[in-house]
Write a protein that binds this ligand. Structure first.
Ligand code: MLC
Ligand code: AMP
Length: 459
């Protein structure tokens, strides 16, 4: 087998790692690399020449075949969140200009190379367009090149001593960096066997028998609450947490139950993973380690202060927001460093990074999902009974933050508004709580005073 043209990412598919029948398992179905390559070639032939293509990215072999097929064809893949409502789906399709494809995993193109008419993604070519929320407005398409993906996966393989000897287990969604880039393309680049559990439940993680496990903090805290499931992970080599801060108590519970100190890593859709703890290295709870090979970081702090915005440069950075040169330019400093919007501190003794928080109150992380307050507010304002809306993230033991909506409305219930957001945007973007208020407090500029709302909430 050969995968001409796409060797920047799909190293495992070149045959070097043999061809186990169960090289990939997703939600209970298994496939060999040859099966995958056959299905991916069929996708590549279908999408050849398109500007971009999209499919509903369920946790399935079909989604894996789509991602690989896009790389073979050199056509960017736009994974659609399966729980996206019509408004969100329509936005993504319009904005990306992607053609929607159906993938049938049983339909295979045999042959020894990429199908005729397909070029393969070179390092500079866009491979994925992932939609992610800003603080305001609709989600933006983050363009990731094949070269950035490869650079990131190689740096992570080095940091975690991740190899074909590993069995990677996770059950994360396949439309974001964590599940799709690390969790699927990472397995295909390192040659490690992949077990995707369909859903990231403690029971499924326990049953999978992996050496390397990925999870968002919500997944880890649910595992830590089920001691039997946690104990079943004690045979693993490495547990990795990311996408949001891992609470120190969860770290300690995992260590007690599994004998392993989970490694945290930090990243963003726009930058991929840039900072991480190391396998075999010292790991301290509440810290995310040091920059990966090729990444440089700096803290933009006020004189005399130690904490400030984390800024970075390196080969894993995105190629821009699709069709939004101004937003892209705005994401960088004048001297060319990417502004993460995260507030961080670096230990001067060993360079270990600690993420302290977000610069903007309008960026919420719930269950590891990034959710812009503005997007939810706009969705709520689309409801005919809502006249004002202000959305905040409040601390939540399970989700990290949960979405709370303060609304001015009459003749509608909180549950109806929750369902309205879940139906139009995505289920995971629904407010977990709706509070009816007589008015949203605003400053002289008319901006909602969210700190005041949070105080009211706590009171
Ligand atoms: C409830 N449901 C509703 C509903 N209320 N559905 C419609 N309308 C309503 N009003 C039902 C759904 O049908 C669904 O059912 C279920 O609720 C989903 O509930 P949830 O609360 O959303 O899911 P939960 O189990 O709580 O999810 C937790 C989680 C999830 C951890 C599994 O948050 C998750 O997968 N997070 C991962 C996010 C991630 O990958 N982020 C990485 C971003 S990349 P049913 O039947 O389906 O259960 C990144 C870069 C980096 O950050 O650094 O990694
Ligand atoms: P996303 O674009 O969905 O990838 O979300 C990126 C954001 O997730 C970052 O800007 C951080 O705020 C947050 N994040 C990711 N990893 C971590 C981590 N290990 N600790 C704290 N925050 C994290």
């Amino acid at each position: 087998m050969t995968t001409e043209g796409d060797t920047s990412v799909l190293t495992a598919l070149d045959g070097e790692y043999g061809d186990r029948k169960d090289a990939i398992e997703v939600a209970g179905r298994t496939a060999s690399y040859e099966d995958l390559l056959g299905a991916a070639r069929a996708v590549a032939a279908d999408v050849a020449g398109a500007k971009a293509f999209a499919m509903t990215a369920t946790a399935s072999l079909e989604t894996v075949a789509a991602a690989v097929g896009g790389l073979l064809a050199g056509v960017p893949f736009v994974p659609l969140p399966p729980d996206a409502g019509p408004a969100e789906r329509e936005h993504i399709l319009q904005d990306s200009g992607a053609q929607v494809v159906e993938v049938d995993f049983a339909r295979r193109n045999s042959g020894s190379a990429a199908p005729a008419g397909t070029a393969g993604a070179g390092p500079e070519d866009p491979a994925l367009v992932l939609y992610t929320s800003g603080t305001t407005g609709a989600p933006k398409g983050v363009v990731l090149t094949a070269g950035a993906l490869a650079a990131d996966l190689d740096a992570l393989a080095e940091a975690w001593q991740w190899s074909a000897e590993d069995t990677l287990v996770h059950g994360l969604p396949l439309f974001h960096v964590h599940g799709l880039v690390l969790g699927v393309l990472g397995a295909l680049r390192t040659g490690s066997r992949l077990v995707h559990t369909g859903r990231p439940t403690p029971e499924a993680y326990a049953a999978a028998g992996g050496s390397l496990y990925f999870g968002v903090p919500t997944v880890w805290s649910r595992i830590a609450r089920e001691p039997a499931a946690a104990a079943a992970l004690s045979g693993a080599r490495l547990l990795v947490s990311g996408s949001a801060a891992l609470p120190a108590p969860v770290f300690r519970d995992l260590e007690r139950l599994t004998g392993l100190r989970p490694v945290e890593r930090y990243g963003m859709t726009e930058t991929l993973i840039t900072v991480s703890g190391r396998a075999g290295g010292e790991v301290r709870p509440g810290t995310v380690g040091t920059p990966l090979t090729g990444i440089r970081t700096r803290i933009a702090a006020e004189p005399g202060a130690e904490i400030g915005e984390l800024q970075l440069t390196g080969p894993t950075l995105f190629a821009g927001y699709l069709g939004r040169p101004e937003a892209t330019a705005g994401a960088y400093t004048e001297d060319g460093w990417f502004r993460t919007g995260d507030i961080a501190a670096v230990d001067p003794a060993d360079g270990v990074h600690r993420i302290v928080g977000r610069a903007s109150i309008d960026m919420i992380k719930s269950g590891g999902y990034r959710i812009g307050a503005g997007e939810i507010e706009n969705a709520l304002l689309d409801h005919p009974k809502v006249s004002e809306a202000a959305v905040v993230g409040v601390p939540d033991a399970d989700l990290g933050q949960r979405i709370v909506a303060f609304v001015v409305a009459e003749g509608v219930t909180g549950a109806e508004l929750t369902d309205f957001v879940a139906a139009n945007l995505s289920v995971h973007k629904r407010p977990r709580e709706v509070r009816f208020v007589p008015a949203v407090p605003r400053n002289a500029m008319g901006k909602p005073q969210k700190k005041l709302l949070l105080e009211q909430y706590g009171a």
